[in-house]
Design a protein around this ligand. Structure first.
Ligand code: NAD
Ligand code: SER
Length: 313
């Protein structure tokens, strides 16, 4: 049966690209985009619906009226922004997920995708090749909400047979949309500042290496996970997902190859402390073993990725 898809948080960094990919695959009428805000790209979009995901009644009505079968829940407050108002971040990140898990439990939808993050790990987790299962002690409200969310997903799957699927995304880098308040945002904004000003003030220290992934790889992994047979999905909290790892200094050295007079200054702030508690690299062998092809292709050629982004702008 053809899915009817709802993307919540469709105006965000991932949402814009995910909606585009899903519509290419399933057709425009099969993918409803929704968000609190309506940016220009959706202003004359017939299949955009304004929605506050915390309004449970409006959410249920939309799902029933549109005969939705699958939901991608992307609405959240990210790591850096979450620290400005921890209780607001906790409420949005948790209640949105619980609303959708209850809707899935009530069998109003067949499948739910909810992204987790490398932010679930902490200073006690192994820093290199961080495994699927290990100690996790997140130091941000965002990380705490993602770790709790993972456990809720596993709980609803085990108790109520809810078909919820999840990936722990690394920092995502794309050239179609802007990031919305994370610790890894520098890896996108550095390109814009390099092109506009030949210069970037970096809020992370120069050697702060983090796991990252090219957006196209993340979208492809997400769609593959959602298309897989339910019995192949053995992990119901969230799968580690890996692309590449690099530091601000590595990225700056690569940009200089394209913009000769590019300069970078380091002014580490609270985001550097968050980043210091996150892994340097991720072991995604469990995801690879599912055999559903969640491999990074473009991310591995990250200097090429830089070039592509620069060329596009
Ligand atoms: P984003 O901040 O760019 O987008 C989130 C969107 O949610 C925004 O458009 C916002 O308007 C919308 N939103 C906020 N409150 C809402 C509400 N009450 N109702 C409806 N919509 C609301 O975030 P993103 O980078 O696209 O991330 C999407 C998801 O992926 C999040 O769960 C995030 O934690 C996760 N993730 C992202 C990254 C990354 O690098 N971008 C990495 C790991 C995990
Ligand atoms: N990119 C995200 C952030 O920095 C990771 O989940 O918050």
């Amino acid at each position: 049966m053809k899915p009817k898809i709802l993307v919540i948080g469709a105006a965000g960094q991932i949402g814009i690209e995910l909606v585009r990919s899903l519509r290419l695959k399933h057709g425009e009428t099969s993918v409803i985009a929704s968000d609190l805000r309506c940016p220009d790209i959706y202003s004359s979009d017939e299949y955009f619906v304004p929605l506050d995901v915390l309004d449970d009644s409006a959410l249920r009505h939309l799902i029933i009226d549109q005969n939705i079968t699958e939901v991608y829940l992307l609405a959240a407050v990210l790591s850096a922004k979450g620290e400005e108002n921890p209780l607001f971040a906790w409420n949005l990140n948790m209640q949105s997920l619980l609303n959708l898990l209850e809707i899935a439990k009530d069998q109003l939808i067949d499948k739910l995708f909810w992204p987790s993050s490398i932010a679930v790990f902490g200073s006690l987790s192994p820093q290199f090749n961080t495994p699927q299962n290990c100690v996790k002690n997140p130091n941000t409200v965002y990380g705490i909400s993602k770790l709790s969310g993972e456990q809720w997903c596993a709980y609803y799957h085990e108790k109520y047979d809810v078909d919820v699927r999840s990936l722990r995304y690394p920092g995502l880098i794309g050239h179609e949309s802007q990031p919305g308040g994370g610790t890894t945002d520098y890896a996108v904004s550095i390109f814009y500042d390099a092109i506009r000003n030949n210069q970037y003030n970096c809020y992370l220290s120069e050697d702060r290496s983090l796991p990252m992934m090219y957006m196209e790889d993340a979208i492809s992994a997400t769609i593959k996970l959602m298309e897989a047979d339910s019995d192949t999905i053995k992990v119901r909290d969230s799968y580690n997902l890996a692309g590449i790892s690099f530091s601000p200094k590595d990225l700056a050295n690569e940009i200089v190859k394209h913009i000769e007079n590019f300069r970078i200054q380091y002014e580490p702030d609270f985001r550097d402390i968050i980043a210091a508690s996150w892994p340097n690299s991720i072991d995604d062998s469990v995801a690879k073993k599912t055999g559903i092809g969640m491999r990074s292709t473009i991310s591995n050629q990250w200097s090429w990725t830089c070039y592509l982004i620069l060329k596009e702008k």
